[in-house]
Ligand binder design. Structure first.
Ligand code: 13P
Length: 253
């Protein structure tokens, strides 16, 4: 089933206590808010917060996501956190391949392919991030870049495994800049992504895949972005750290 999702990516923000307060505020709103069964809220929290937040939210409406996992299964990798550990902490989703990780931690499409496999093996649903940089868009290479990211990290999966994957289109030039892609620009790319999925896995798989938009998504622009036919919700950074803003985004789903 194609889910509509309001996902927060808290990145490296909030102390545990602040994170708990934020999750409680969202939970308090959601407990009064009727959420259709094809809609879901996902909180992408720091590793240290997962257990506490899993324990305070209503799992029927809110799922918890990690923001990364190790590229190895287990072993002598001091400081790393495995997909298995994340799943055993109660998270159900995981953000994989965020552009900040590609940029600061040199994550490659090949490495992300391994991470996706580890997530699926451990029953974690990857929210796989794709998106072009500003110069790539200016050179009209954005479709090519996104196609390569999808092909090299995801399209080796069989259709059953692929059905657990969600995609987030996050143009790098829109992240944290206050300059979101216009609804038309985002729709154009989401439609392109869905077409690629249809070519690879068939129309029904493409129709069932949730494709989220990320990049300066906020309380003001969420409704117009989410109204596009191929935009199934958002992956939200800055605005997910303020309960009232994130609640407006949930209402726009
Ligand atoms: P902002 O919403 O702060 O632009 O961040 C988007 C993002 O990176 C979500 O993963």
């Amino acid at each position: 089933m194609r889910l509509r999702i309001a996902a927060g990516n808290w990145k490296m923000n909030t102390s545990l206590q602040e994170g708990i307060e934020l999750a409680k505020a969202i939970q308090a709103f959601v407990s009064e808010f009727p959420l259709d069964k094809h809609k879901r809220i996902v909180l992408g929290v720091p590793f240290t917060h997962i257990v506490s937040i899993v324990n305070l939210v209503d799992y029927k409406k809110i799922s918890v996501a990690a923001q990364n996992c190790a590229r190895w299964e287990k072993g002598a990798y001091t400081g790393e956190i495995s997909a298995e550990m994340i799943r055993s902490s109660g998270a159900h989703y995981i953000i994989i391949g965020h552009s900040e990780r590609r940029q600061y931690f040199n994550e490659t499409n090949e490495e992300l392919k391994t991470k996706v496999e580890l997530c699926l093996k451990n029953s974690l649903r990857p929210i796989f991030c794709v998106g072009e940089k500003l110069d790539e868009r200016e050179q009209n290479k954005h479709f090519e870049v996104v196609q390569k990211q999808l092909t090299e990290s995801l399209f080796h999966l069989d259709v059953e495994h692929f059905s657990h994957v969600l995609i987030a289109y996050e143009p790098v030039w829109a992240i944290g800049t206050g300059k979101n892609a216009s609804p038309e620009q985002a729709q154009e790319m989401h439609m392109f992504i869905r077409k690629l999925i249809a070519e690879k896995y068939g129309a029904s798989a493409a129709n069932d895949t949730s494709i989220l938009y990320g990049g300066s998504c906020n309380a003001q622009n969420a409704a117009s972005l989410f109204a596009q036919p191929d935009i199934d919700g958002g992956l939200v950074g800055g605005a997910s750290l303020k309960a009232n803003d994130f609640i407006e985004i949930i209402k726009a789903l």
